[in-house]
Design a protein around this ligand. Structure first.
Ligand code: FE
Ligand code: FE
Length: 223
């Protein structure tokens, strides 16, 4: 009896995830178009392809369960994606938009991670080991994407801090300064993955290429 209701919950959450992923495949192309930073575009592109494979994984599970993935709309994801599209409509300055897009995408990844963590655990409890492995694969990808986005935000922030630090002493205990040196403001902003970079796109790109070498291996490995 209990197992039956857990199974219902499991199928229900899988449907929710399928709906969420399907919505993401429609939203990501708009985010790719809106993004300015080439490495951010690339990260979104990579994740779009990854998301398509994640949908296939879910469909495989549905097939094994002899269930349809349809019949439920993930309103949580709908809301998160709406926030992202509202940001794009506001047409902020490109670097600010990039920072906002990273934040929007990280909200999406965390939401997915919560869902996949739950179904992975329920799959194990229901004795569906193969499902659990597939769901864990997706969970790992969402986590990697989240980390990549953080790296991207922080690498931009670091470069801005560098270019903005000419007038700042190395050992300034900047956190205690109230006039908000760029470096200070951006370091704390990085905690929210916000990476406003308003001065030097060129040097930002150079550094991010280095960053993306590592990220690329992550991408290749997980695809
Ligand atoms: Fe996903
Ligand atoms: Fe994702």
């Amino acid at each position: 009896m209990e197992m039956e209701s857990l199974k219902e919950l499991y199928v229900d959450e899988l449907k929710d995830l399928w709906s969420a992923e399907t919505q993401i495949t429609k939203a990501l192309p708009k985010m790719i178009k809106a993004a300015t930073h080439p490495q951010l575009k690339k990260a979104f592109n990579t994740h779009l392809k990854q998301t398509e494979r994640q949908i296939k994984r879910l469909e495989r599970i549905f097939k094994e369960l002899d269930e349809s993935p349809r019949g439920k709309k993930c309103v949580g994801m709908e809301g998160l994606l709406k926030e992202g599209s509202e940001l794009i409509k506001e047409k902020p300055e490109p670097d600010v938009l990039d920072a906002g897009l990273i934040a929007a995408a990280q909200h999406v990844e965390h939401y997915e991670m919560a869902g996949y963590g739950c179904v992975r655990t329920w799959a194990r409890q229901l004795g569906e080991e193969r499902h659990a492995e597939l769901l864990q694969e997706t969970l790992d990808e969402e986590e990697q994407t989240d980390r990549l986005l953080t790296d991207l935000a922080e690498s931009s922030i670091n470069i801005d801090a560098q270019t903005g630090s000419d007038d700042e002493e190395d050992e300034t205990p900047s956190r205690s300064r109230s006039n908000g040196k760029k470096q200070t403001a951006r370091k704390s902003a990085s905690k929210r993955a916000a990476a406003p970079s308003d001065d030097d796109d060129e040097s930002m790109d150079v550094d991010s290429d280095d960053e993306m070498v590592g990220a690329g291996s992550n991408r290749d490995g997980s695809m």
